[in-house]
Write a protein that binds this ligand. Structure first.
Ligand SMILES: [Mn+2]
Length: 450
């Protein structure tokens, strides 16, 4: 029969994995001696025992038969693919618009499994990133089990990103992993990797022969997105950031089998997605708390399913948050500018890991936001974080517009953006005082009575 070599061991007379009309088989060279390359088509005879084919003869396929064989190979794969029509997780148009993209990604992941291509996943370190990786892993695991495929567990490797960008040093880690395999892995970035900052490393990854895939919802650079062989990104379909990555990863997995929904619901809460229907889950609070422990995906999944553990960790989060809030209240400085209250918080005093500095500013703002116009400004040497309540927005405050203006200060702001009510910016070294002064003046000019 005709078969395609998809993988082989590193031995001199290697074992093979092949794709053929019988599916995916492990070939042991019993009576033969050969060393075909991955991707080559062969004519193979042997004795099948279980999932193993003991080869009696392996010959290269004649050149004129190769095109036909390639078509056959596609048919063998198509026959094994699991694709189903799933109801969208959320009743929003973007999930219908993106349906073909979900199916394409689901197909590509299953093809990787059928072709024994390793998958290296890198996910952002929050509830959205972690649960996205859980969905992709569940798709692979379900597919492998259902068809009893010989895809080894070690072919799927997940790495937690310590920052939401993909740089050369991160690529180097994946290149090292790739050395373990007889074929180039597929790199899949989850909940990061679409911005300009990742462009350089992606180009280098491409030049090194990696295939690239992304599932993300952050405002992208079109040049960066163009590097990916497969991209699942709402901005490419007229959408915005509302659909968090986990809801997209859910949709990809759901295009292959009936996958659980709760992980995506946790992520919508964690990412403050406008699609979230319920926002009092304990799990996303806990997951964001333990994310910096860099657990394995398996461990994260176990914790999420352990109600007892979730309760204990949640209570611990609440205590830490309350303590942080009381400290922040003691440290804040209030300034009344006309009708607007500005709540300044210098967060450089924070030394504990939890809550993170951004979370402290958020917590302080939330504690006082039900009232007259309030803008909370948290800052340290590296960043300024804005939160504004609805009354402040009504008065005309818009954090993203103010940041755009502050960016015009010479060499002061390195990056920044967001929404009118919630935004942040990164500062150049030693520019905190200049920026805060400009900000102070802007408040007076815009809202001051004189
Ligand atoms: Mn996200």
């Amino acid at each position: 029969m005709i078969a395609q070599i998809t993988y082989k061991s590193f031995a001199t007379n290697p074992d093979y994995f092949i794709l053929c009309e019988k599916g995916v088989l492990h070939v042991v060279q019993d009576e033969t001696t050969s060393d075909f390359a991955v991707g080559e088509f062969v004519e193979i005879q042997g004795r099948k025992k279980g999932d193993v084919l003991y080869a009696d003869s392996i010959e290269p396929v004649a050149e004129e038969k190769e095109k036909k064989a390639a078509e056959e190979s596609e048919k063998w794969q198509d026959a094994l693919l699991d694709l189903r029509d799933a109801d969208p997780l959320v009743d929003a148009p973007i999930f219908k618009t993106m349906k073909p993209a979900f199916r394409k990604a689901a197909t590509r992941l299953q093809m990787a499994v059928l072709q024994m291509q390793p998958i290296l996943v890198r996910f952002d370190e929050d509830t959205d990133g972690i649960t996205s990786a859980l969905y992709i892993h569940s798709l692979i695991e379900h597919f492998v089990k259902k068809h009893a495929l010989p895809y080894p567990k070690s072919h799927f490797r997940a790495f937690q990103a310590e920052a939401p960008i993909f740089e050369m040093k991160h690529l180097q880690v994946l290149q090292k992993e790739a050395d373990d395999f007889a074929r180039k892995p597929l790199i899949l970035l989850l909940d990061h990797g679409a911005s300009e900052e990742s462009l350089h490393a992606l180009q280098a990854a491409k030049a090194d022969g990696f295939e690239l895939m992304i599932v993300d919802h952050h405002p992208p650079s079109s040049t960066t997105l163009a590097q990916y062989d497969v991209a699942v990104h709402p901005f490419q379909h007229g959408g915005d950031s509302s659909a968090c990555t986990s809801t997209l990863a859910y949709s990809i997995a759901a295009a292959t089998y009936a996958v659980r929904k709760d992980w995506a619901e946790f992520a919508m809460q964690g990412d403050k997605s406008p699609f979230a229907k319920k926002i009092d889950f304990k799990e996303p609070v806990v997951l964001d708390y333990i994310a910096d422990k860099q657990y394995t995906l398996k461990k994260y999944a176990e914790i999420l399913d352990d109600k007892n553990q979730i309760d204990i960790l949640y209570q611990r989060c609440l205590r830490l948050r309350e303590k942080a809030l009381q400290t922040a209240i003691a440290k804040r400085r209030l300034e009344q500018v006309g009708p607007l209250t500005v709540q300044w918080l210098d967060i450089s005093y924070v030394t504990d890991d939890y809550p993170p500095r951004g979370g402290i500013v958020q917590g302080l703002h939330e504690h006082f936001e039900k009232g007259p116009a309030l803008v909370t400004v948290g800052y340290d040497d590296e960043r300024v974080i804005f939160r504004a309540n609805p009354s402040a927005l009504k008065l005309g405050f818009a954090a993203n517009a103010w940041i755009a203006e502050l960016k015009k200060l010479p060499h002061a702001v390195s990056s920044g953006g967001g929404h009118p009510g919630a935004a942040s910016m990164r500062l150049q070294p030693k520019k905190k005082d200049v920026v805060l002064q400009a900000l102070e003046q802007r408040f007076k000019k815009e809202f001051g009575s004189t």
